[in-house]
Design a protein around this ligand. Structure first.
Ligand SMILES: [Zn+2]
Length: 61
């Protein structure tokens, strides 16, 4: 069961939460923020805070 889960993650690392818009790293979905109807995922609280401070810089149009 766990082995199957691991395989899935390896096969599709970019699926699910998507990438951190601030630093570009893949986010695991633990830290997310809703902005203008879209959900953004972050790798860390620091990146989330950066997005919160400058959403116009990072939000996809
Ligand atoms: Zn980040």
């Amino acid at each position: 069961m766990f082995r199957n889960l691991f395989k899935k993650f390896q096969a599709a690392p970019m699926q699910g939460a998507g990438n951190d818009p601030v630093c570009g790293m893949s986010a695991n979905g633990a830290i997310t923020l809703s902005h203008e109807g879209k959900i953004y995922a972050f790798c860390s609280e620091d990146c989330k805070q950066e997005f919160t401070l400058h959403p116009e810089k990072y939000a996809s149009k």
